[in-house]
Design a protein around this ligand. Sequence first.
Ligand SMILES: Cc1cc2nc3c(=O)[nH]c(=O)nc-3n(C[C@H](O)[C@H](O)[C@H](O)COP(=O)(O)OP(=O)(O)OC[C@H]3O[C@@H](n4cnc5c(N)ncnc54)[C@H](O)[C@@H]3O)c2cc1C
Length: 557
Amino acid sequence: MFNSRLDPQQHKEALHALATEKFDVLVIGGGVTGAGAALDAASRGLRVALVEPRDLAAGTSSRSSKLIHGGLRYLEQYDFRLVREALQEREAMVTSLAPHLVKPVAFLYPLHEKLKDRTYVGAGLALYDVLRGFQRALPWHKHLSQKNVSEVAPCLRQDIVTGAIKYFDAQVDDARHTMMIARTAARHGAIIALGASCESLVRDGNRVVGAVVRDCVNDNLITVQAGVVVMCAGVWSDELHEKFGLKAGYEVRMSKGAHIVLPGSAIQSEVGIILKTPVSVLFVIPWGDKWIVGTTDTEFNGDRNEPLANRDDIDYILAQANRVLEPQLKYEDIIGVYAGLRPLVSRKADSLTTKLSREHTVDRPANGFVSIAGGKYTTYRIMAQDVIDLAAKELRGEVKKSTTDKLPIVGADGYGALVQQVPLIAKESGLSETTIVHLLNRYGSLISEILELIAQDPSLGQVLTSKLPYIRAEIYYAVSHEGARSIEDVIARRTRLAFEAENGGDFLLDSVAEIIAPLLNWTRAQKNESIRAYKVISENERVAAEELLVAVEKISS
Ligand SMILES: Cc1cc2nc3c(=O)[nH]c(=O)nc-3n(C[C@H](O)[C@H](O)[C@H](O)COP(=O)(O)OP(=O)(O)OC[C@H]3O[C@@H](n4cnc5c(N)ncnc54)[C@H](O)[C@@H]3O)c2cc1C
């Protein structure tokens, strides 16, 4: 049995393995699609390596709306197959694949015109519930009167909201989930190499037989041999196809989506809210004791590595939310902002090699090379299965079928029982029941590894800051088990302090650095450099915040 632990020692071994072993599959990209593809291939018994230049989920997969959903708006486009597929994935994740991370969340769909809206939306939500099939983990939708709405969501304006329909979807911390999929792949033998960028392809005649990978820390080039290279590079796909001299059958456009994060007190509601906007929908999503509100949909041509929310994005979100909310949301309420890039796929007219579905596209632009892009977070497992099915055709010998529909990700095993033992675990560990619940929802049964760390060093059981639930052991564990290698990895993705804490968590940088520096064997200079690098990112966010300030001043003058 292999180990799911991603730590500095495993990082060294991964780079060594890239240089010395021959792989069946080399996956480019450590977003949810790449992590899913590595897991799919490894669990078929294939020898797999994954390379990612920055961090797991550093691209779009940490910046989504964090909903595991069928997509209500696809119903209006009559794309029932797509909705059904996503809903079935949702049910599987909530019940068996990742119940510790993927949680049900209730939404209200506010109604305005009494009879017309209720009939139309009610029929849509009934269909949404039916399409998930027989496995039904989440409750059926429910009609609410105006009085019910005023009790459940006093924030909705009574003068224009005449009632609502309550329905269920699910939500996930996307960055943690992607990291846990990668750890599951490691447990099935996949080599996960972070800080490793694919620079070019190695060819034998017209067949791709591997790739040249840059170790981004030491700047060494490593030649990796592989039976097939599988590219899952999201919005980097066009750039890489071009760099590799490949003519792909599709193009990827980038569309930016921004979100704002607000304190719980800003919106009085027990449930989330979905609002229809002129172009799409806007979600008001509960996030612990906070709210995430978004998103936007605008064409983007800037730096893929650092999409930032600008003044227009925030204006749009506030204006759409304030159509129905009372009291109105204000600029000063905003705690955090983040933006991500949707990889939107369009097919090239002259391509014969592309198999296009409404949501994602798989392609084989060269022998020994396949790629995938598009889709949505919810259907990552299906995407992974599709691309590895195509990759399997490039390998000699029989490749087994995908088994990921029955393969829980690490931490899922035994989670249901642990939830029932919270008081017992709290008593034995000396932590509060609230902390145990917090840990179970982030680590599942891997909580035992966190508790072991605290047993060895009780100071790790203390909270990092009194304002948020994270404890010091989580910061330590991010490096000792979850592959984090920088302050940014810990603040932005292993935890979500980057948008949950004031000022992007700047006041916590020294405490975080103190905990992780010894594990990473950092010199003082390396520690300061990691803090500086995060501050640059946070400063860029602040530039957006200053724009907000100007806006506030304009409005109040
Ligand atoms: C605002 C927004 C909201 C969304 N909300 C939802 C939602 O609520 N629900 C839902 O289901 N979906 C949602 N989505 C869609 C979903 O987030 C994406 O479809 C999904 O995260 C894409 O994952 P990916 O792995 O394909 O791409 P990415 O996560 O971007 O991964 C691509 C990876 O490739 C790596 N890479 C780049 N160059 C190289 C190289 N040379 N070598 C190796 N690796 C390389 C990158 O560093 C990156 O990590 C949303 C998207 C956005 C933008």
